[in-house]
Design a binder for this molecule. Structure first.
Ligand SMILES: *Cc1c(COP(=O)(O)O)cnc(C)c1O
Length: 389
C-alpha cells in the first residue's frame, strides 16, 4: 500500500462536470453560481446572507474591517488555532489578545474569557477548533452580556451543530474556509454568513474593489458604475468556477459528514484502550453534532515535545501522514516579537500543543488504512517507552 495522506479532497465526476460546464458557459466571474453557493451555505447555517470570498482569511479580514474594528481596538481570541485566526486581527490593524483554552474541548475557556474582557475589547473571535462547537452558546452569552461583537471563525466547523443551533449562527457574522483539507473544498475559497444585510452589502462592495453593490448589473460600463469606487476595497472575489465546485460539494455535505463520523468512530474503537493517548473529547449525546475536520490525539503528559516530534517523524518515515496541529500562535516568532509573548503565557494551550498528533483523516479512508495508521502510531509510542527506560 502507498502513502496514507494526512487529508484528501473528495472530488467526483459531478464536481468535475460542474466546473467544466462553467468553463463552457463563458461566464467566469460574478454570476449565478456565486449567488447559489451563497444561498446554499447561508441556508445551511440558518442565515439570511452569504458573501463568497477568495479565502477564509480574506473573509475574516474583511468582516473585521466592515465591523469597524481597527487601530486601538483589542480582539480576544485563542492561541490554539491556525495562525490566520489571529493574523486577520493584525490585518485589520487591531491587537489580538489571547485567552487560554479549556483542555477538554480545546476551545476558548468561557470563564477565562469573561475575566479577560476590558474597556478596549471590541470583539471576540472564537474558533470551533477541529470542528468541535462546544461553548459557542456560552461565548455568545458572554459577548451579549458585555455588548461585544462575536465573530465566529467557523473555518473548521461547517455542518456542525451546538445546542440545536448550526455552527455559523452564533456570532454577528461567521466565516468558513474551503481549502482542500476542509469538510468541503473549492480549492481556495471562503464564505461570510450573517443576518445583517448592511454588513453583507458592505462586504460585497469591499470584496469587489469598493464598487457599488450593483456595479455589475445592467450596462455597467455605460453607467460608469464599474469604475466607481465608493470606498477602499480589495479583490477578494470568488470565481464562478470555484463557486460551481462549491455548490456541487455542498450537495454532498451530509454524506461527507457521515463518512467522516464513521472514520472517527473507527479510530476511537481502535485507540480507546491505549493508555498513553488522550482521544478527542466528544460529549456523550453530541456525537451527531460534531463536524469532524481532523482527527487529533494527544500523548499523556509524561511525554515531552521532542518525543512527540520523533513519533510524527517516525510515522512519516513509514508513509503515514501526521502533523503537529497546532503550534501555539503566540509563540510564533513574529508574535513573540510584536506582542512580547513568551513560553508560559498560556500554559494549557502550550502543554496541549506540545503533545498533539493529527492523524490521516479523509472521507474515503477504509478500515485497512485506519488499522495501519493505528498500528504505526502504537509502534512509535512503544519505541519511545523503551527509550525512556
Ligand atoms: C483554514 C482556516 C482558516 C483560513 O482559511 P483559508 O481559506 O486557508 O484562508 C482560518 N481559520 C482557521 C481556524 C482555519 O482552520
Amino acid at each position: 500500500m502507498s502513502e496514507i495522506p494526512l487529508s484528501q479532497p473528495d472530488i467526483n465526476e459531478s464536481d468535475i462536470l460542474a466546473v467544466t460546464s462553467v468553463m463552457r458557459s463563458g461566464r467566469l466571474s460574478i454570476g449565478p453560481r456565486q449567488d447559489l453557493f451563497e444561498q446554499m451555505v447561508a441556508e445551511r447555517c440558518s442565515r439570511t446572507q452569504g458573501v463568497a470570498v477568495s479565502s477564509g482569511t480574506a473573509g475574516l479580514h474583511m468582516v473585521l474591517e466592515a465591523l469597524g474594528i481597527g487601530p486601538g481596538d483589542e480582539v480576544i481570541t485563542t492561541p490554539f488555532s491556525f495562525v490566520a485566526s489571529a493574523n486577520c486581527i493584525l490585518m485589520a490593524g487591531a491587537k489580538p489578545v489571547f485567552v487560554d483554552i479549556d483542555p477538554a474541548s480545546l476551545n476558548l475557556d468561557p470563564a477565562r474569557l469573561e475575566a479577560a474582557i476590558t474597556d478596549k475589547t471590541k470583539a471576540i473571535l472564537a474558533v470551533e477548533i477541529f470542528g468541535n462547537p462546544k461553548h459557542m452558546d456560552r461565548i455568545a452569552q458572554i459577548a451579549g452580556a458585555h455588548e461585544i461583537i462575536l465573530i465566529e471563525d467557523a473555518c473548521e466547523g461547517l455542518g456542525g451543530v451546538h445546542m440545536g443551533k448550526p455552527v455559523g449562527s452564533f456570532g454577528r457574522a461567521a466565516v468558513f474556509g474551503f481549502y482542500p483539507n476542509k469538510q468541503i473544498t473549492t480549492g481556495e475559497g471562503g464564505m461570510i454568513v450573517t443576518d445583517d444585510d448592511r454588513l453583507a452589502d458592505l462586504c460585497r462592495s469591499m470584496r469587489n474593489q469598493g464598487r457599488p453593490v450593483d456595479a455589475h448589473k445592467g450596462d455597467a460600463n455605460k453607467s460608469g458604475a464599474w469604475l466607481a469606487h465608493e470606498r477602499m476595497g480589495y479583490n477578494y472575489r470568488m470565481s464562478e468556477i470555484t463557486a460551481a465546485l462549491g455548490c456541487s460539494q455542498m450537495e454532498r455535505l451530509d454524506t461527507f459528514l457521515s463518512a467522516r463520523r464513521n472514520v472517527a468512530g473507527m479510530y476511537m474503537r481502535r485507540l480507546m484502550d491505549f493508555d498513553d493517548l488522550i482521544l478527542p473529547n466528544v460529549q456523550p449525546g453530541t456525537e451527531e453534532d460534531m463536524s469532524w475536520f481532523v482527527f487529533v490525539v494527544r500523548l499523556s503528559d509524561q511525554y515531552a515535545h521532542v518525543e512527540r516530534d520523533r513519533i510524527i517523524t517516525g510515522m512519516r518515515r513509514h508513509e503515514v501522514g501526521a502533523s503537529n496541529y497546532f503550534p501555539c500562535i503566540h509563540l510564533q516568532p513574529f508574535y513573540r516579537e510584536m506582542l512580547g509573548h513568551k513560553k508560559g503565557d498560556f500554559p494549557v494551550s502550550e502543554s496541549i500543543s506540545e503533545r498533539t498528533i493529527a492523524l490521516p483523516f479523509f472521507n474515503r479512508m477504509d478500515e485497512t488504512q485506519v488499522e495501519l495508521v493505528c498500528h504505526t502510531l502504537k509502534v512509535m509510542i512503544q519505541r519511545e517507552q523503551l527509550l525512556k527506560r
